[in-house]
Design a protein around this ligand. Structure first.
Ligand code: SF4
Ligand code: SF4
Length: 203
Protein backbone atom coordinates (compact mmCIF):
# COMPACT_ATOMS: atom_id res chain seq x y z
CA UNK A 1 0.00 0.00 0.00
CA UNK A 2 1.24 3.42 -0.92
CA UNK A 3 1.64 5.64 2.17
CA UNK A 4 0.45 9.30 2.01
CA UNK A 5 3.17 11.91 1.77
CA UNK A 6 3.81 14.26 4.69
CA UNK A 7 2.50 17.26 2.71
CA UNK A 8 -0.79 15.51 1.95
CA UNK A 9 -1.17 14.52 5.60
CA UNK A 10 -0.63 18.13 6.65
CA UNK A 11 -3.22 19.32 4.11
CA UNK A 12 -5.72 16.71 5.36
CA UNK A 13 -5.25 17.73 8.99
CA UNK A 14 -5.53 21.43 8.03
CA UNK A 15 -8.77 20.74 6.14
CA UNK A 16 -10.16 19.00 9.24
CA UNK A 17 -9.42 22.08 11.35
CA UNK A 18 -10.23 25.00 9.00
CA UNK A 19 -12.75 23.21 6.77
CA UNK A 20 -12.53 22.07 3.14
CA UNK A 21 -11.35 24.30 0.27
CA UNK A 22 -14.37 23.41 -1.85
CA UNK A 23 -17.86 24.84 -1.31
CA UNK A 24 -21.09 22.85 -1.09
CA UNK A 25 -22.58 24.52 -4.15
CA UNK A 26 -25.40 24.15 -5.23
CA UNK A 27 -26.63 23.20 -1.74
CA UNK A 28 -25.06 26.38 -0.38
CA UNK A 29 -24.40 29.58 -2.34
CA UNK A 30 -20.80 29.87 -3.51
CA UNK A 31 -18.94 33.05 -2.49
CA UNK A 32 -16.21 33.80 -5.05
CA UNK A 33 -12.78 35.19 -4.14
CA UNK A 34 -12.74 39.01 -4.04
CA UNK A 35 -10.33 39.08 -7.03
CA UNK A 36 -12.43 36.72 -9.13
CA UNK A 37 -12.91 38.05 -12.69
CA UNK A 38 -16.58 37.50 -13.45
CA UNK A 39 -18.81 38.93 -16.12
CA UNK A 40 -18.67 42.68 -16.76
CA UNK A 41 -21.66 44.90 -15.94
CA UNK A 42 -22.65 48.25 -17.42
CA UNK A 43 -23.39 51.07 -15.00
CA UNK A 44 -26.10 53.22 -16.58
CA UNK A 45 -25.21 56.19 -14.35
CA UNK A 46 -21.49 56.20 -15.20
CA UNK A 47 -21.46 54.97 -18.83
CA UNK A 48 -21.67 57.86 -21.32
CA UNK A 49 -22.51 55.72 -24.36
CA UNK A 50 -19.32 56.44 -26.34
CA UNK A 51 -18.94 52.84 -27.63
CA UNK A 52 -15.15 52.66 -27.02
CA UNK A 53 -15.74 49.36 -25.20
CA UNK A 54 -17.57 47.96 -28.24
CA UNK A 55 -14.56 48.79 -30.41
CA UNK A 56 -12.02 46.96 -28.23
CA UNK A 57 -13.98 43.81 -27.34
CA UNK A 58 -12.01 40.98 -29.00
CA UNK A 59 -14.98 38.61 -29.34
CA UNK A 60 -17.80 41.01 -30.27
CA UNK A 61 -19.55 40.45 -26.96
CA UNK A 62 -20.57 44.12 -26.89
CA UNK A 63 -22.76 46.06 -29.28
CA UNK A 64 -24.85 49.20 -29.48
CA UNK A 65 -28.13 49.95 -31.20
CA UNK A 66 -29.56 53.41 -31.85
CA UNK A 67 -33.35 53.79 -31.82
CA UNK A 68 -34.73 57.08 -33.10
CA UNK A 69 -38.43 57.67 -33.62
CA UNK A 70 -41.13 60.17 -32.61
CA UNK A 71 -41.33 58.81 -29.08
CA UNK A 72 -37.69 58.33 -28.20
CA UNK A 73 -34.06 58.75 -29.20
CA UNK A 74 -31.85 56.31 -27.35
CA UNK A 75 -28.72 54.18 -27.67
CA UNK A 76 -28.92 50.71 -26.18
CA UNK A 77 -25.60 49.26 -25.02
CA UNK A 78 -25.71 45.47 -25.18
CA UNK A 79 -23.52 42.87 -23.45
CA UNK A 80 -23.86 39.30 -24.76
CA UNK A 81 -23.12 37.21 -21.70
CA UNK A 82 -22.75 33.95 -23.63
CA UNK A 83 -19.93 35.35 -25.80
CA UNK A 84 -17.88 37.26 -23.22
CA UNK A 85 -14.51 35.81 -22.20
CA UNK A 86 -14.07 38.14 -19.19
CA UNK A 87 -10.84 39.58 -20.54
CA UNK A 88 -11.47 43.05 -19.05
CA UNK A 89 -10.50 44.99 -22.22
CA UNK A 90 -13.81 46.89 -22.07
CA UNK A 91 -13.15 48.09 -18.52
CA UNK A 92 -9.56 49.03 -19.41
CA UNK A 93 -10.72 51.13 -22.41
CA UNK A 94 -13.73 52.76 -20.73
CA UNK A 95 -13.41 56.55 -20.97
CA UNK A 96 -15.59 57.06 -17.88
CA UNK A 97 -12.70 56.41 -15.48
CA UNK A 98 -13.06 52.65 -16.20
CA UNK A 99 -16.40 52.63 -14.39
CA UNK A 100 -18.95 52.63 -17.23
CA UNK A 101 -18.44 48.88 -17.50
CA UNK A 102 -16.65 46.84 -14.85
CA UNK A 103 -15.84 43.21 -14.27
CA UNK A 104 -17.98 41.90 -11.42
CA UNK A 105 -17.60 38.68 -9.48
CA UNK A 106 -20.81 37.33 -10.95
CA UNK A 107 -19.92 33.81 -12.09
CA UNK A 108 -23.25 31.98 -12.24
CA UNK A 109 -24.11 32.33 -15.93
CA UNK A 110 -26.15 29.21 -16.68
CA UNK A 111 -29.29 29.84 -18.75
CA UNK A 112 -31.90 27.80 -20.58
CA UNK A 113 -32.62 30.15 -23.48
CA UNK A 114 -29.50 31.40 -25.25
CA UNK A 115 -31.44 34.15 -27.02
CA UNK A 116 -31.94 35.75 -23.60
CA UNK A 117 -28.22 35.74 -22.71
CA UNK A 118 -27.67 39.51 -22.83
CA UNK A 119 -27.88 42.59 -20.63
CA UNK A 120 -28.63 46.16 -21.73
CA UNK A 121 -28.64 49.75 -20.58
CA UNK A 122 -30.16 52.74 -22.38
CA UNK A 123 -28.59 56.15 -22.94
CA UNK A 124 -30.45 59.21 -24.24
CA UNK A 125 -29.29 60.46 -27.66
CA UNK A 126 -28.79 64.05 -28.76
CA UNK A 127 -30.12 64.68 -32.27
CA UNK A 128 -29.22 67.43 -34.72
CA UNK A 129 -31.83 70.19 -34.51
CA UNK A 130 -31.86 70.64 -38.28
CA UNK A 131 -31.59 67.21 -39.92
CA UNK A 132 -32.40 64.95 -36.92
CA UNK A 133 -29.25 62.83 -37.32
CA UNK A 134 -27.63 61.35 -34.24
CA UNK A 135 -24.80 63.47 -32.81
CA UNK A 136 -23.86 61.50 -29.67
CA UNK A 137 -25.30 60.47 -26.33
CA UNK A 138 -26.22 63.46 -24.16
CA UNK A 139 -23.97 62.18 -21.38
CA UNK A 140 -21.07 61.89 -23.85
CA UNK A 141 -21.44 65.57 -24.85
CA UNK A 142 -21.47 66.47 -21.15
CA UNK A 143 -18.34 64.34 -20.62
CA UNK A 144 -16.53 66.16 -23.48
CA UNK A 145 -17.61 69.52 -22.12
CA UNK A 146 -16.28 68.69 -18.65
CA UNK A 147 -12.98 67.51 -20.16
CA UNK A 148 -12.31 70.64 -22.20
CA UNK A 149 -13.61 73.16 -19.63
CA UNK A 150 -14.03 76.72 -20.91
CA UNK A 151 -13.24 75.58 -24.50
CA UNK A 152 -16.83 74.28 -24.46
CA UNK A 153 -17.88 77.85 -25.30
CA UNK A 154 -16.14 77.67 -28.68
CA UNK A 155 -18.70 75.12 -29.86
CA UNK A 156 -22.45 75.96 -29.85
CA UNK A 157 -23.45 72.27 -29.88
CA UNK A 158 -21.47 71.67 -26.70
CA UNK A 159 -22.43 74.78 -24.77
CA UNK A 160 -26.10 74.66 -25.79
CA UNK A 161 -26.45 71.00 -24.84
CA UNK A 162 -24.65 71.72 -21.57
CA UNK A 163 -26.88 74.68 -20.75
CA UNK A 164 -29.95 72.66 -21.68
CA UNK A 165 -28.77 69.83 -19.44
CA UNK A 166 -28.41 72.29 -16.59
CA UNK A 167 -31.93 73.60 -17.27
CA UNK A 168 -30.57 77.13 -17.88
CA UNK A 169 -32.06 77.43 -21.37
CA UNK A 170 -35.01 75.83 -23.07
CA UNK A 171 -36.08 75.34 -26.68
CA UNK A 172 -37.61 78.84 -26.91
CA UNK A 173 -34.27 80.60 -26.59
CA UNK A 174 -32.82 78.81 -29.61
CA UNK A 175 -33.47 80.45 -33.01
CA UNK A 176 -36.87 79.49 -34.39
CA UNK A 177 -35.82 80.38 -37.94
CA UNK A 178 -35.12 77.44 -40.20
CA UNK A 179 -33.21 78.78 -43.20
CA UNK A 180 -30.11 76.58 -42.82
CA UNK A 181 -28.20 79.84 -42.75
CA UNK A 182 -26.58 82.00 -40.13
CA UNK A 183 -29.68 82.22 -37.97
CA UNK A 184 -29.50 78.46 -37.56
CA UNK A 185 -25.93 78.44 -36.28
CA UNK A 186 -26.93 78.84 -32.65
CA UNK A 187 -28.37 75.36 -32.50
CA UNK A 188 -27.28 71.88 -31.52
CA UNK A 189 -26.04 70.60 -34.87
CA UNK A 190 -24.33 67.60 -36.40
CA UNK A 191 -21.00 68.24 -38.17
CA UNK A 192 -22.60 68.36 -41.63
CA UNK A 193 -25.29 70.91 -40.70
CA UNK A 194 -22.71 72.95 -38.77
CA UNK A 195 -20.57 73.14 -41.91
CA UNK A 196 -23.53 74.01 -44.14
CA UNK A 197 -24.83 76.75 -41.85
CA UNK A 198 -21.31 78.17 -41.47
CA UNK A 199 -20.44 78.21 -45.16
CA UNK A 200 -23.84 79.30 -46.48
CA UNK A 201 -24.13 82.73 -48.10
CA UNK A 202 -27.62 83.28 -46.66
CA UNK A 203 -27.91 85.99 -44.01
S1 SF4 B 1 -14.68 41.33 -20.74
FE1 SF4 B 1 -13.63 41.14 -22.75
S2 SF4 B 1 -14.93 39.76 -23.92
FE2 SF4 B 1 -16.17 40.45 -22.19
S3 SF4 B 1 -17.27 42.24 -22.97
FE3 SF4 B 1 -15.39 43.01 -22.03
S4 SF4 B 1 -13.92 43.15 -23.72
FE4 SF4 B 1 -15.58 41.83 -24.42
S1 SF4 C 1 -18.48 55.08 -21.23
FE1 SF4 C 1 -17.30 53.18 -20.96
S2 SF4 C 1 -18.86 51.59 -20.79
FE2 SF4 C 1 -19.88 53.36 -21.61
S3 SF4 C 1 -19.84 53.09 -23.85
FE3 SF4 C 1 -18.00 54.34 -23.29
S4 SF4 C 1 -16.35 52.84 -22.99
FE4 SF4 C 1 -18.30 51.69 -22.96
Amino acid sequence: MKLPKIRELIEAIKALIVGPYTSKFPKEPHVPHKNFRGQPKYDDQKCVGCCACVEVCPVNALDSKDIVNKEEAKRTMIHYTDTCIFCGQCEAACIADHEGIKLSNDWELAFFDRSQAFETIDKELQLCEICGDTIACKDHLKWISEKIGELTYSNPTLYLSRLKGLGIIDENIISALKDNGRSDRVKILCARCRRETTLTTKE
